[in-house]
Design a protein around this ligand. Structure first.
Ligand code: ZN
Length: 223
């Protein structure tokens, strides 16, 4: 026999923060819906799309051809930092394999806006622990599919719109952007607990990093 309170809890529609939570978890990079672009009125004078700052090789700019964003491109670190201060982008994508971009300086500038998310691109998983320590919110291992870029960007932007309640829930789950800390997962090299997962490699495996010894490895997928 259910109490009155239990009956009411079972019959009420989900509250806003519960819906946000369900949408946010678990992190399924491969099943995320692509962002929906609603056609706006034709006479819009101001471009209100969120800004995406690209600190990537010129040949890679078109990989971020997502109509939800106004794209800006940076040539070097000074250029990127200036653009971040001036345009306060929603997301900065940095290719940390390129010597002209100082990942630490760009991370610092992005964190100072208070709302900019950082997506790091690299073809060496070994570089990821340093980026995680710098505070990146997402990682894409090269080469990546264009639809994965769109899904990852959409997810980082949705996160900036979370309610304070959903933000606290994410903190409890040790979720930082699309990276997540697993308190019971140990590093196979140094045995330190609290591995951080940063990318899926398939439906069954994902990449982990150890922030103690900077090791990276492929382990079973957890959700
Ligand atoms: Zn380790």
């Amino acid at each position: 026999m259910l109490s009155r309170y239990e009956r009411r809890e079972l019959s009420r529609p989900p509250r806003q923060h519960e819906r946000t939570l369900t949408k946010m978890l678990p992190p399924r990079a491969y099943s995320e819906p692509l962002p929906v672009v609603a056609p706006g009125p034709a006479q819009v004078a101001v471009d209100r799309r969120p800004v995406l700052l690209l600190a990537v090789a010129p040949a890679d700019v078109d990989r971020f051809n997502n109509s939800r964003f106004t794209r800006l491109s940076a040539q070097n670190t000074a250029d990127a930092v200036r653009s971040i201060e001036r345009s306060r982008p929603r997301v900065v994508a940095i290719d940390i394999d390129l010597p002209q971009f100082d990942s630490g300086a760009i991370h610092t500038a992005a964190h100072q806006t208070g709302h900019t998310r950082v997506l790091v691109l690299t073809d060496s998983p070994e570089r990821v622990p340093a980026a995680l320590k710098a505070g990146c919110h997402g990682v894409l291992l090269k080469p990546f599919a264009p639809n994965l870029v769109a899904a990852r960007l959409g997810r980082l932007v949705r996160e900036t719109l979370l309610t304070p309640m959903a933000r606290r829930a994410a903190a409890v789950l040790l979720q930082h952007g699309t990276n997540r800390t697993w308190p019971d997962t140990a590093c196979p090299t140094c045995g330190n607990m609290g591995a951080v997962s940063f990318e899926f490699s398939s439906y069954r495996r994902m990449w982990y990093a150890c922030l103690q010894c900077d090791g990276v490895w492929l382990g079973p997928r957890q959700e």
